[in-house]
Write a protein that binds this ligand. Structure first.
Ligand code: 5AD
Ligand code: SF4
Length: 478
C-alpha cells in the first residue's frame, strides 16, 4: 500500500529543490505525494530561518499538525512528523523539547539520511531522532537520481553554504561552509532534467557565483576547477535546454568568466538577481559585504556592457544598526542610478547568534517602517516602468502552467516577468512569442498570434533561434 507524504516548504528556491529530493528519497520506501497533511503518514515541514519569527511560525504550524496526528491516531494510524530545513538546523534539540510530538529533526546537510531516520522513528514508538550534523561526505553523493518527470522550469543546486559571514545573516550557520558540486555531476543532473521535460534550469546556491566545482575529467581545465561561467557554457550545450538562470549571486564574485557567459551564451537569460543590501559604504562595511556602492555600480556596468538588455533585481535591508537618514538616502540614490526591474526589501531583524544582533545602535521601528515604505515605493515605480516599457513589443515566453482563467497559460519572459496569455494547455513547455498588451506591477498580459506553419519551417526555427519550440508535440510556431 502506498504511504502518503506531505511536504510543506517555506523560504527560498533551495528549499523547493530540497523538498523534491526528499520526495524522491522517500518514494522507494512506498511514500507517494499527498495534497494535504490530513491523514498523511509522513509530514515534513521544510523550514526557513532567514527572517524574523521563523521559529515561532514553525511552532504554530506544528500545533496544527499535532491535532492531525492525534486524529490519525484515533483512527488507528500513525503520522510521523519531521522538521527539516534551516529552523531544524538552528533550533535542533529545542524543537524536540518544545514539541515532543515531533518524531524527527533533520538539517539541510543531513537529509540524505531521511529514509533511515524515518525507519528509526517508525520503529520506536516514543524515541525522537535528531540529525543536524554537517557530514564530511556531501549529501549529493547519496541522493537518488532526479526522477523521470520534471517541471518545465526546474531547479538544480550546484553550490551550497556560504563563507562570507555578512553580519546580519544566519546562512553560514544553518547551511554551513561553501561547497561546490563537481561539474560532471551537475551536467549529468541537468541532462536528466532536460530528458524529463525541463526546458529551463535555474542553478541554485546561497552564493551561486562563488561556484568552483571540480572540472570534468578530459575536458577543459581537467584536474582544476570551473567557475560558474564555464559551467553555464557547458550546460547550454545540452539538447533541449533553452534557458539557464542562476541565483543568488554576490557582487564580489562576478568574475570575468561569468561576464563572458552573459556576452556569449544565448541560453543564459538576461536577468540577474544581485543583492546589494545598502547604498551606503558605511553600512556596507558594517554589514561586512566586502564591496562599496561604487564597486557594485561598476559590476553592473560590466554586466550591462556584456549584455546590454540585462535586467536587474536585488535585495535591500533598511534600518541596519547604525543606519542614518543620510545612509538611507544613499540607498535611494543607488536604486535611482541602477534602475531595477524588480527587488526585494526588508526591515532589518536581529537574528540571534549573528554579530549585528548585538549592536548597540539598533534603529527604532518607526524609522524602519518609514524607510521601507519609501524604498518600496521607488522600487515599485521602477518595476512598473520596466513592465510598461514592454507594452506593444514581443517577448518570447516559456509557458509553464495554467493561468487563473480557463484557456489561459502563464509563463516567464527572459526578464523573469510573469506573462499571461490565452494559449491551449498542450503548449505548456513551448517558448512562444507573445505581443504584450498590458502591464501590471507584477505581471504582463499578452496575445499569441496563431498561424499554421509547415513542419520543415518548424525545424528550421528550432535550430536557428533561441525562440526554439520546446515540446516535441508542438503544433504551431509563430
Ligand atoms: N534581517 C532582514 N533581512 C535579512 N536578510 C537576511 N538576513 C536578514 C535579516 N537579519 C535578507 C537579505 C538577503 C535576503 C535573502 O534576506 O536581504 O539578501
Ligand atoms: Fe548571507 Fe548571502 Fe552574506 Fe552569505 S553572502 S552571509 S548567504 S547574505
Amino acid at each position: 500500500m502506498t504511504k502518503r507524504l506531505f511536504i510543506k516548504t517555506y523560504g527560498c528556491q533551495m528549499n523547493v529543490y530540497d523538498a523534491a529530493r526528499m520526495a524522491e528519497l522517500m518514494a522507494p520506501l512506498g511514500y507517494g505525494p499527498a495534497g494535504s497533511p490530513e491523514g498523511a503518514d509522513l509530514v515534513i515541514l521544510n523550514t526557513c530561518h532567514i527572517r524574523e519569527k521563523a521559529a515561532e511560525k514553525v511552532f504554530s504550524e506544528l500545533g496544527t499538525i499535532r491535532r492531525l496526528k492525534a486524529a490519525r491516531a484515533r483512527q488507528g494510524g500513525r503520522m510521523i512528523i519531521a522538521v527539516a530545513g534551516c529552523v531544524a538546523q538552528a533550533e535542533g534539540a529545542e524543537i524536540l523539547e518544545r514539541a515532543p510530538f515531533v518524531d524527527l529533526v533533520v538539517g539541510p546537510q543531513a537529509y540524505h539520511r531521511l529514509p533511515e531516520m524515518v525507519a528509526r522513528a517508525a520503529a520506536a514508538e516514543s524515541r525522537q531522532v535528531l540529525d543536524t550534523s554537517f557530514p564530511a561526505e556531501p549529501k549529493f553523493d547519496y541522493l537518488p537520481e532526479t526522477s523521470a518527470t520534471s517541471p518545465v522550469s526546474a531547479f538544480l543546486t550546484v553550490q551550497e553554504g556560504c563563507d562570507k559571514f555578512c553580519t546580519f545573516c544566519v546562512v553560514p550557520y544553518t547551511r554551513g561552509a561553501e561547497y561546490s558540486r563537481p561539474a560532471e555531476a551537475v551536467i549529468a543532473e541537468a541532462r536528466r532534467l532536460a530528458a524529463a521535460g525541463a526546458r529551463e534550469i535555474t542553478l541554485l546556491g546561497q552564493n551561486v557565483n562563488a561556484y568552483h566545482g571540480a572540472a570534468p575529467p578530459n575536458g577543459s581545465n581537467d584536474g582544476g576547477e570551473w567557475g560558474l561561467g564555464a559551467l553555464i557554457a557547458a550546460l547550454a550545450r545540452i539538447p533541449g535546454l533553452d534557458r539557464l538562470r542562476y541565483t543568488t549571486s554576490h557582487p564580489r564574485d562576478v568574475d570575468d568568466g561569468l561576464v563572458a557567459a552573459h556576452r556569449d551564451v544565448a541560453e543564459l537569460m538576461p536577468f540577474v538577481h544581485l543583492p546589494v543590501q545598502s547604498g551606503s559604504d558605511r553600512v556596507l562595511a558594517a554589514m561586512h559585504r566586502r564591496h562599496t556602492a561604487d564597486q557594485y555600480r561598476c559590476t553592473v556596468e560590466r554586466l550591462r556592457r556584456a549584455r546590454p538588455d540585462l535586467a536587474l533585481s536585488s535585495d535591500f535591508i533598511v534600518g541596519f544598526p547604525g543606519e542614518t537618514e543620510a545612509d538611507f538616502r544613499a540607498t535611494l540614490d543607488l536604486v535611482r542610478a541602477i534602475g531595477f526591474a524588480q527587488a526585494f526589501s526588508f526591515k532589518y531583524s536581529p537574528r540571534p547568534g549573528t554579530p549585528a544582533a548585538n549592536a548597540a545602535d539598533q534603529v527604532a521601528e518607526p524609522a524602519k517602517v518609514e524607510r521601507l515604505a519609501a524604498l518600496q515605493s521607488l522600487i515599485n515605480e521602477q518595476q512598473r516602468a520596466f513592465n510598461r516599457s514592454w507594452v506593444g513589443r514581443v517577448l518570447p515566453v516559456l509557458f509553464e502552467k495554467p493561468g487563473r482563467h480557463p484557456g489561459q497559460l502563464v509563463g516567464r519572459s527572459p526578464y523573469l516577468q510573469s506573462v499571461h496569455a490565452d494559449v491551449s494547455a498542450e503548449r505548456i513547455g513551448e517558448i512562444i512569442p507573445v505581443t504584450i498588451r498590458g502591464a501590471g506591477a507584477n505581471s504582463l498580459a499578452g496575445a499569441v498570434l496563431e498561424r499554421e506553419v509547415p513542419h520543415s519551417a518548424r525545424e528550421d526555427a528550432h535550430q536557428g533561434t533561441s525562440l526554439a519550440v520546446g515540446a516535441p508535440r508542438a503544433e504551431h510556431l509563430i
